[in-house]
Design a protein. Structure first.
Lengths: 334, 334
């Protein structure tokens, strides 16, 4: 799955900016790929990029229409079909992270086949993965892990990729979820893989590489999340990381959508080392990323300083303060 | 997925008895459901039950033709199609654990639809599972776990179900793999579920029950197997076991199909408690099942005694010596 930028980002009738977070992720991280947004009447999200219709976007070179908004239940509303077909008529590929497969709608499927464009359903992998082997492979890998879902693992990984590249270190972000796939143009939605192949898919995603090359792998879920820990462990084994960064949201008390208490960062470090050393004997924690978006700057600083004192590894909010300290440490020890 | 016994067990042209281990599992555990076997010329397996053709089997009341042999790569050979269609013509359902879906062969699909019989592909789940919640639920559950794949987790669980029932304890074996599904007539092939739903599928499989009811859940893989640990952890979280039994094959030095060393039983106990208490705070080890099939009886006894001394829990070979001691202990502590 590798699709072509630049993108026309379809927001449909998104009811608020949170519904458009996939589109926002693209604009935040790959503004050069975000040619324009296409909004239907009643759309309450705005990515701050030009409003274009499909003809204008095609004229400006848009290669892919990306569905940048979520819909209730991941269903593709019939009302979106017409615009998608118009984009296809203009020769664009279409990429969606919804549960509904684009090809399951006859109008879309028929148009795509007639125009010879590609339909990408990034939540679904039609690729056949091999079973994971756990064999040691060359290259270096970092995995972001979390105390919970949705704590900033993707943004932390992207910040680390950017910082490594800024220092002329060869590094690639490896996406494991739909927004990450749109941002990087490739990857695998690891939670949609058949269970037998979780670690195999992660091995495929971050394959053997040059000795000094870093793959920065986006983590998923949490080893302490009762819904998704299996995915997190399979990803940990397959990613075979030399280093990991723990991501944490300090104001949260219970896991997203369930009543389980958030584990401590210390517990996540211990569990990640215990689980991870099966395939990466020298695995180590190289930093902690605190998501301070709900704190003011003074509170954020205080939270980070307290954690750094307690944990004895570099701590930062990647988005707010950058990841210089984590990358300094990473490059000094790995 | 719930299908009807008795079964006509199809062995095809199985090249040896190991290839027919699914059929053997049925004969070992549900002989009353194993009406007969159907072998093609050149078959080198023999389950020791009557050879019947489809007409004879149907006449004796066979309800389901079960594919009891594995084929290279899980592919359904064309040469099997004719017999399968004949069974359908006699009104039998067909159940298969192969990767190839029965319905993907037009002759089979067409016959099934014409005769109104059901086709079961137990490796594939078309059921939509919910995300696991981790919420504490009523009833008691035991999970068999392992130091590796294929060490006797299914047989240990079946022995424990049988022993509990012999003591008038309400107990159900819960199958998580294809052979277990054929033996119990229901279950879910947990490694074929989409990764996001591993623990949710396990919650569905062993749902809330009467306070004194035991679900005995067949384990899969190992927390220490780099290919499948994600499945094992998701199953552990979803099964929410009060008790677990560690299964071990003492002559094996490396994991099945890979070079990873077999972990110690102690390491598996520790990892299972550490992982399992997320959803089952009081989880405990109630026994160890040593698979001694490659040892003579004196060696087997010695191995078991040494382990019991070291581990301080009941140890046995369930198949060779029964599980009285484990069930005694289980019922005294849980």
């Amino acid at each position: 799955m590798q699709f072509n930028p630049p993108y026309l980002i379809y927001l449909g009738d998104a009811k608020d900016s949170l519904a458009a977070k996939t589109g926002q992720g693209i604009v935040d991280w790959r503004p050069e790929w975000a040619l324009g947004q296409l909004r239907l009447p009643g759309c309450h999200a705005d990515l701050g990029i030009p409003d274009l219709d499909v003809v204008q976007a095609a004229g400006q070179g848009a290669k892919t229409l990306v569905i940048g908004t979520v819909s209730p239940g991941g269903v593709l509303p019939d009302s979106w079909s017409e615009v998608i077909v118009s984009a296809i008529e203009q020769g664009m590929d279409v990429a969606s992270g919804l549960h509904t497969r684009l090809s399951s709608l006859p109008a879309i499927s028929e148009a795509a086949s007639r125009k010879g464009v590609r339909l990408f359903d990034v939540r679904h992998s039609d690729r056949t993965f091999a079973i994971g082997t756990g064999e040691l492979r060359s290259g270096k890998r970092l995995l972001t892990v979390g105390t919970d879902c949705s704590v900033g693992k993707k943004y932390a990984a992207l910040c680390i990729e950017r910082e490594l590249r800024a220092r002329d270190v060869d590094a690639d972000f490896r996406a494991t979820g739909q927004t990450g796939i749109f941002i990087s143009g490739r990857g695998v939605s690891i939670d949609a893989v058949v269970a037998d192949f979780i670690s195999g898919a992660a091995e495929w995603l971050a394959p053997a590489a040059e000795p000094e090359h870093w793959d920065v792998v986006e983590g998923q879920g949490s080893l302490f999340h009762p819904s998704f820990a299996g995915v997190s462990l399979g990803l940990l084994h397959g990613a075979q990381p030399d280093a990991f960064v723990v991501c944490h949201e300090p104001t949260r008390r219970t896991m997203r959508n369930i009543a389980t208490a958030i584990p401590s960062v210390e517990a996540v470090i211990e569990a990640t080392i215990n689980g991870g050393r099966l395939t990466s004997p020298m695995i180590r924690c190289v930093g902690v990323a605190i998501n301070t978006q709900l704190l003011d700057e003074a509170q954020a600083q205080k939270e980070i300083e307290a954690a750094a004192l307690r944990l004895n590894v570099p701590v930062t909010d990647p988005v707010r303060f950058g990841v210089h300290n984590i990358v300094d440490y990473l490059l000094s020890v790995c």
